[in-house]
Design a protein around this ligand. Structure first.
Ligand SMILES: C[S@@+](CC[C@H](N)C(=O)[O-])C[C@H]1O[C@@H](n2cnc3c(N)ncnc32)[C@H](O)[C@@H]1O
Length: 261
């Protein structure tokens, strides 16, 4: 398969959410320089990518790995609401290959507008981070990500079994109800909520609730982040305390792991 080049997105309008100090940011810049000007060939750089993976990125891999082990015995698909470039979808594909290489039924579904954030509601706070259209990847990116996921699938065991990934393009407030109405048989083992906004989070939570089973896990990215109250408000409106247990993610304190009782 030849991947079509897509226009560079590095100018995309988003401000990465960070609490890093100026000194840390400057070290990040140096790391980027070291990556760009690496003496390693591209092939060696990809194979030794951990050399350029900083701890705040590595921790995301560890968290996903922990979550994957928790849902390993739970049937159903893995969903991400708010995929951005799709790193988590790739991670999930590769964790699937590591933890359950022969599970042909573990579908991975990513929802995003690929056009960035939708409008805030009055339950959301103003923020430059999730301003309308910030985090846009551009619509052309969907095809690139689809192919990238296929490439990873092709590198893994059972690579000949295709179609385990689905990318659903559009506003989750519309696409999630439509997807689950069209697929009423769906069981959701894991869903990652990372859209911050009240409306799509509320609609996605309400939509998947009937598809969750005992032991299903939700990873809430901003449950206690005061800059994005919408996610917690939506969550509290959809789930009562006795329906779930909630724990702070040990390695990544801003994330919360919700297990369905
Ligand atoms: C912070 S980014 C997600 C980052 C990603 N989960 C990761 O860990 O790499 C938030 C994403 O939510 C998406 N998003 C925001 N509002 C949305 C909506 N109403 N429907 C679908 N996607 C939405 C944005 O396009 C953006 O890609």
């Amino acid at each position: 398969m030849t991947m079509k080049p897509i226009s560079p997105q590095q100018e995309a309008s988003y401000q990465i959410e960070t609490t890093a100090s100026m000194e840390q940011l400057s070290s990040r810049e140096r790391l980027q320089e070291a990556f760009v000007h690496s003496p390693l060939s591209e092939e060696d750089r990809l194979f030794n990518i951990g050399m350029y993976t900083r701890s705040s990125v590595l921790v995301k891999f560890l968290v996903m790995s922990d979550i994957y082990q928790r849902i390993q015995k739970i049937p159903g698909c893995l969903v991400e609401f708010g995929t951005w470039w799709g790193q988590n979808l790739v991670l999930l594909e590769n964790l699937r290959a590591i933890y359950e290489p022969f599970n042909k039924q573990r579908t991975i579904i990513g929802f995003d507008t690929f056009d960035g954030y939708t409008k805030r509601s009055d339950k959301d706070k103003e923020s430059e981070v999730w301003d309308e259209n910030s985090y846009s990847t551009g619509k052309d990116y969907v095809q690139y990500l689809r192919e990238l996921l296929e490439i990873h699938e092709g590198c893994n065991v059972l690579g000949h079994v295709r179609g385990r990934h689905k990318l659903i393009d559009g506003d989750v407030s519309v696409t999630a109800p439509a997807y689950f109405q069209a697929h009423p048989e769906t069981v959701v083992a894991f869903a990652y909520f990372d859209m911050a906004l009240y409306k799509p989070t509320k609609i996605a939570l309400e939509t998947i609730k009937p598809h969750l089973i005992s032991g299903s896990i939700l990873l809430m990215d901003e449950l206690t982040w005061e800059e994005s109250p919408g996610e917690a408000i939506a969550f509290k409106e959809v789930f009562s305390r006795d329906e779930v247990s909630i724990e702070k993610c040990a390695l990544y304190p801003s994330k919360a792991i919700v297990t369905v009782r």
